[in-house]
Design a protein around this ligand. Structure first.
Ligand code: NAP
Length: 280
């Protein structure tokens, strides 16, 4: 049986570390969260982020805007927040009701307040190995590996999914840590062949039951990023957990794995932003 990577416990530890550092600071970090429209999932995420801020002693402000908010109004708000000294991080909860606005909105955020790490400047910093904000989900995965003494160096890491928020930055972070990286996606023929060659397998697709035990090498580390729902409406990942747990050396559960770490890393990034802005 594998070691279960306890993302919930590790996230609590990371947040406690952030809270400890924040408690020592004379000027507190500040995070502004913008939510547009009434997407119920977005509301749950935003509420969670506000709770995390309160727990860490980080000042937070929420801007809940109606779905009909214009791009111009949104850009105006971001411009204002970019100029405020008490706000270190700006997060726009995605998706926006008008997804076509997302690119321009993300570009408007000051890269040094871009705690999600989605701005092209921060993407470029990741690609070139410069310090910058790293996207929270793949950063949380790296933190989990570190905590459990799993070293990517020299190992074959196979990533399923190539989105800008998970798959691609995950590949770059693994590369940064000297793993040999393979990225698979919807056009990859014979996915199982690549998966079986993985020492570290990260699945970020969003298809329940995609990764079965026969696709996993004995002793591999299996990280399940996905958040799907089963027939009963219960949260589950891409990985056939019970069967794969019998073969993997380490595995993340869903829920209680990558999800809580994503939230914790937002707190880490907000603290990093405050330090960058000279707060101590
Ligand atoms: P996304 O933008 O929809 O990307 C999914 C990726 O999976 C795409 O690259 C797609 O390939 C690939 N794909 C689709 N079908 C495939 C198949 N049959 N075989 C191999 N690859 C396939 O999703 P995302 O935003 O990256 O999120 C992925 C999953 O992670 C979702 O379940 C999401 O809810 C979850 N998630 C969790 C967290 C967390 O904190 N735990 C954070 C973010 C996302 P193409 O590029 O070819 O279309």
């Amino acid at each position: 049986m594998s070691i279960v990577i306890d993302g919930k416990a590790l996230a609590a530890k990371v947040k406690a570390q952030v809270g400890g550092e924040v408690a020592e600071m004379s000027a507190k970090p500040g995070l502004a969260v913008i939510i547009v429209g009434d997407n119920p999932a977005s509301r749950v995420y935003v509420d969670g982020k506000k709770r995390d801020c309160a727990q860490c002693g980080i000042y937070s402000e929420e801007y809940a805007l109606p779905a009909q908010t214009t791009r111009r109004e949104l850009l105006g708000l971001i411009g204002e927040l970019n100029g405020r000294e008490d706000i270190d991080g700006i997060l726009v909860q995605l998706p926006l009701p008008r997804p076509e606005d997302e690119r321009e909105v993300l570009l408007a955020i000051d890269p040094d307040k871009d705690v999600d790490g989605f701005h092209p400047v921060n993407v470029g910093r990741l690609v070139t190995g410069e310090p910058g904000f790293r996207p929270c989900t793949p950063a949380g995965v790296m933190r989990m590996l570190d905590e459990y003494g799993i070293h990517p160096e020299g190992r074959h890491c196979v990533i399923l999914g190539r989105s800008n928020i998970v798959g691609k930055p995950q590949a770059l972070m693994m590369l940064e840590r000297n793993a040999t990286v393979t990225v698979c996606h919807s056009r990859t023929p014979d996915l199982a062949r690549y998966c079986r060659a993985a020492d570290i397998l990260v699945s970020a697709v969003g298809r329940r039951g995609l990764v079965t035990a026969d696709m996993v090498k004995e002793g591999a580390v299996v990280i399940d990023v996905a958040m799907n729902r089963n027939e009963a409406g219960k949260l589950c990942g891409d990985v056939d957990y019970d069967a794969v747990a019998k073969k993997a050396s380490h595995i993340t559960p869903v829920p209680g794995g990558v999800g809580p770490m994503t939230r914790a890393m937002l707190m880490v990034n907000t603290l990093q932003a405050a330090r960058l802005h000279g707060k101590n």
